[in-house]
Design a protein around this ligand. Structure first.
Ligand code: PHE
Length: 462
């Protein structure tokens, strides 16, 4: 246990690790494609509202639970609420397994993108033929290999403990990722498709948004902020008592959101500027990050030839800092509860996850039965999409709902006071404290419940 309770090594340690967990394929791969799929505008607004009303309070609540208990999610709920509440922790661990299972498959694509970019940078860029991406994801053996490599990388870092590996690396790589994204946004703004892209992202038309789209926006707020399954509880458990939870939570939420919007601005500007790109993504919006971007980098952006391979290393790294947080939730439970060594726990956690990855990797065209498997209807066929939909739109919001109910209504309220501070220096009650209490008790649970109920009774499960 003592090994597990090491703290972040520096003051910025938590911010780096938590934003590393939050910023990942959710921002760069998933948000642009689900926003596209849900017709932009209104979807983005609902997503932003969800981030503020639900994301911020739950982020704060999870960090608070972690820091107070200094334990993994299962034991944290057990300690603060008793064994019934620890079921939320178990649900979180299960959700983590499911997400990591398919996330590793997508993350594996960054490896091949990097290799292609190296090749293009040295030998000149040739736009991939239409259908090339479909062929790539349909190559079962390759998908199995790539997801295996990615899980092995994740396991490698986790087995060493997180402080020396991930914290040190994120310190250098996250700032570079930010700089490259800023550079790409500035360059994209010079393209002719800019206005169309902006109106797609920012002018809402609510008649375009089905109830399932609202659930998807809320679900994505959970997914992109790594909430609802205990990742932030785990990371909060390594946080120094002197740090301000409010400030840290707000900063992670802001960084993550800015990055998601930036990714949309970049991708849509290209889509609206370069007609050939629009054709190639129409069949597979899922591939935006992997089809659309290389085109921009090699044809429109100064120094793109140098930037492209670097960019995909960074995307891979952003994904890795997310998979690490997912695996850490599972591994820290095995260590704390089953008293395993970190090495053994890592092996078992990653091995179990890979079983799920196998089904996902073969569900993109390689094995028909897996590729056509469907619970949620058109557009969500295949094991990978089904699990993604199930985890982000149902498991995370339900987990999050219980977290709000626990912290707002059942947990000893003095803990909140101790962890975030209730009073200003002049003895008056802190405004943020009041706001947090109001949000966690009323706003967030009611919002999540309303969305879930409206989808169930709207009979729109897709
Ligand atoms: N937030 C990560 C992303 O956006 C994914 C993630 C979800 C990580 C849940 C941890 C827990 O890519």
């Amino acid at each position: 246990m003592s090994q597990n309770r090491e703290q972040w090594g520096s003051r910025v340690g938590f911010i780096l690790a938590a934003s590393g967990s939050a910023i990942g394929l959710g921002n760069l791969w998933k948000f642009p494609y689900i926003t596209w799929h849900n017709n932009g505008g209104a979807f983005v607004i609902v997503y932003l509202i969800a981030v503020i009303l639900i994301g911020w309070p739950i982020m704060t609540a999870e960090i608070l639970i972690g820091r107070k208990s200094q334990k993994n999610p299962v034991l944290a709920f057990d300690e603060l609420g008793g064994s019934n509440w620890s079921l939320i922790g178990w649900l979180g661990v299960l959700t983590g397994l499911v997400i990591l299972g398919y996330y590793a498959v997508i993350a594996g694509w960054t490896i091949t993108s990097f290799i292609s970019c190296m090749n293009w940078s040295m030998n000149g860029y040739t736009a991939p033929e239409e259908g090339a991406f479909g062929e790539f994801i349909g190559n079962g053996k390759l998908q199995l290999l790539l997801s295996f490599i990615f899980l092995a990388l994740t396991a490698g870092v986790i087995s060493k403990g997180i402080k020396k590996g991930i914290e040190r690396a994120t310190k250098i790589l996250m700032p570079i990722l930010f700089l490259i994204i800023v550079y790409m946004v500035i360059m994209a703004l010079g393209l002719p498709g800019r206005n169309e892209a902006f109106s797609f992202i920012f002018s809402p038309d609510f008649s375009n948004l089905p109830p399932s789209g609202i659930l998807e926006a809320v679900g994505h707020a959970f997914f992109t902020l790594s909430l609802g399954m205990g990742a932030m509880i785990t990371y909060g458990s390594y946080m120094d008592k002197k740090e301000s939870i409010f400030k840290n939570a707000a900063l992670v939420v802001i960084l993550d959101t800015v990055l998601a919007i930036a990714a949309c601005v970049i991708m849509y500007t290209i889509i609206f500027s370069v007609p050939s790109v629009k054709d190639s993504i129409s069949g597979s919006t899922v591939g935006m990050l992997f089809i659309t971007l290389p085109n921009l980098l090699y044809t429109e952006i100064p120094f793109g030839t140098i930037l492209a391979p670097v960019f995909y290393i960074l995307v891979g790294f952003a994904a890795l800092s997310s998979t690490i947080s997912l695996l850490e939730v599972i591994v820290s439970l095995l260590i704390d509860k089953m008293k395993m060594s970190r090495q053994k726990a890592t092996l078992i956690g990653a091995g179990t996850t890979y079983v799920i990855s196998i089904f996902c990797a073969l569900s993109l065209g390689a094995v028909d039965a897996l590729s056509s498997f469907s619970i949620f209807g058109p557009g969500k066929e295949g094991v990978l999409s089904t699990l993604d939909h199930l985890a982000s739109n149902w498991m995370l919001p339900v987990g999050g709902l219980f977290i709000t109910i626990f912290v707002g209504w059942f947990m000893d309220q003095k803990i909140i006071q101790d962890e975030v501070g209730k009073f200003n220096d002049d003895g008056s009650v802190n405004f943020t404290y009041n706001m947090f209490k109001f949000f966690i008790r009323f706003i967030a649970p009611v919002a999540i419940l309303a969305v879930i109920i409206s989808v169930i009774f709207g009979k729109d499960f897709s």
